[in-house]
Design a protein around this ligand. Structure first.
Ligand code: SAM
Length: 439
């Protein structure tokens, strides 16, 4: 007995347990955390086994409360809960709507539970949902299943405007006395192989993120915002190559031919320029030599443009992505660097969506694509990438282009509804205003 508990509580916590079977988990938690306010609940209207009666006694003897007939989809409507201060943790272990292979019902249960729990959650509180391995539909699931064959937790979470902020292996042995039960407390246990507990939160973004989002939405501010990881990286680069003349001022970016930058490095939203004293070669050597200790492998793009001489374009996004071991370089703009130099993620397993859009280009393909590129760059927080799927030139000299856009966000909880709204309404309306493009 006594495995590792993934989460701890202290005396300031107020915990609501939803969908308890025989209350053995709640009783164990109450014994482990005497003094913590616990409300344990079941959807059943009766306490129907001797074990459950004993566990309820144990919870009450530790000062906890027990509720019967509480529907996890309607927590916010319960007068008893409404009268209490909001909960700092709301726990639902192994939610299941009953029956076999009713994926749709389980997704529905999850979504409605999350939406309701959010309404009685303390700001900064967390919802803890434990699922069997493979049910959630996340990359760390064992066994790994097709997303369509799962309960699609990331989608349910994002649809409720919440974020998955952490994930832990769930070890039932860490809760002495806990006995997994089925739909009713009389049922026999179920397999919980490779179970995972997901921490789900509605926390606001940290200050830095909010400030950036509200005040600037401007990538250039990152160089002057001292607590941004990008600024940190720039200053380290600057320190390690003092003999170089650095040009990372805001104005430099505006000198660039944006379209040229985009074509040099398609996936990069931000390019950073370094101008050397004596030409472009030394810096290339310098960075290569220091790469082991500093940035690891990264790409350097030599500027082919004649407009800026002796200039190397270093794809700072790619470099920083490697340096901070990021999955998504856009996190650079929305994350703090922790003391260990790792990015803390605000949003794990963000759902991904793909939608196509077609339009006519009247004044030539290239100018239209440049406009499209600029438009999508404005929405980097939703649009991960795009690619031309198809082009068709009509005999009358018009050409049509179909583009596939990949949507996801490193920080916003994106639902399918929100993405569709953006794609079909916002993006379309913006494109209709672009010269040379007709939808
Ligand atoms: C697989 S059992 C897990 C029981 C218990 N949490 C455990 O860890 O042993 C699924 C639980 O979900 C509960 N449940 C199903 N629908 C519910 C709902 N709408 N509200 C609250 N609980 C629900 C069932 O009553 C059942 O206890």
């Amino acid at each position: 007995m006594g495995g590792k508990r993934p989460w701890t509580f202290d005396s300031k916590d107020r915990i609501l347990l939803v969908g308890e079977g025989d209350f053995s988990f709640a009783a164990s938690l109450a014994r482990l955390h005497p003094g913590v306010g616990i409300v344990a609940s079941t959807v059943s209207t009766a306490i129907d086994s001797l074990e459950a009666v004993q566990n309820v006694e144990a919870i009450k003897s530790q000062g906890g409360a027990v509720l019967c007939g509480l529907d996890g989809k309607k927590l916010h409507k319960c007068p008893f809960l409404q009268e209490r201060p909001r909960f700092t943790a709301i726990v639902f272990n192994f939610p299941h709507s009953g029956g076999k292979m009713r994926m749709d019902r389980n997704r529905h249960l999850l979504r409605r539970f999350l939406a309701s729990a959010k309404r009685i959650l303390d700001p900064g509180g967390r919802i803890l949902v434990t699922l069997c391995g493979g049910q959630a539909g996340v990359p760390v699931d064992v066994p790994s299943r097709e997303y369509g064959n799962t309960w699609q937790l990331p989608t349910q979470v994002a649809t409720c405007g919440l974020r998955i902020t952490n994930v832990h292996p769930f070890d039932g042995d860490a809760f002495p006395g806990y006995r997994r039960t089925g739909y009713r407390s009389l049922d026999k246990g179920f397999h919980s192989y490779a179970a995972l507990t997901f921490e789900i939160g509605a926390q606001d973004e940290p200050d830095f993120v909010r400030r950036l989002w509200r005040e600037t939405r401007n990538v250039r501010a990152l160089f002057s915002t001292t607590d941004s990881p990008m600024a940190g990286l720039v200053s380290r680069l600057r320190d390690s190559a003092p003999d170089l003349r650095w040009q990372c001022e805001d104005t430099l970016l505006t000198e660039f031919d944006q379209a040229r930058c985009t074509s040099l490095c398609e996936d990069s939203v931000l390019l950073f320029a370094i101008r050397t004293k004596s030409g472009s070669v030394p810096i290339k050597h310098y960075l290569a030599a220091s790469s082991k200790t500093f940035l690891g492998h990264f790409s350097i793009f030599l500027n082919e443009s004649k407009t800026i001489d002796d200039c190397i374009l270093l794809d700072m996004n790619a470099a920083a992505k490697l340096h901070f071991r990021l999955e998504d370089e856009r996190q650079l703009w929305f994350s703090h660097v922790s003391p260990s130099n790792c990015i803390s993620f605000h949003h794990l397993f963000p759902p991904k969506f793909t939608y196509d859009i077609s339009f006519w280009t009247d004044g030539g393909h290239e100018p239209a694509m440049q406009s499209f590129s600029r438009l999508t760059a404005d929405h980097w927080d939703l649009i991960r990438s795009w690619r031309v799927l198809d082009r068709y030139a009509s005999p009358e000299g018009r050409s049509s282009t179909t583009i596939r856009i990949a949507y996801d966000s490193p920080h916003l909880p994106l639902s399918d509804w929100l993405v569709k709204f953006f794609h079909l309404k916002v993006l379309k309306a913006k494109l209709e205003r672009v010269k040379g493009i007709t939808i």
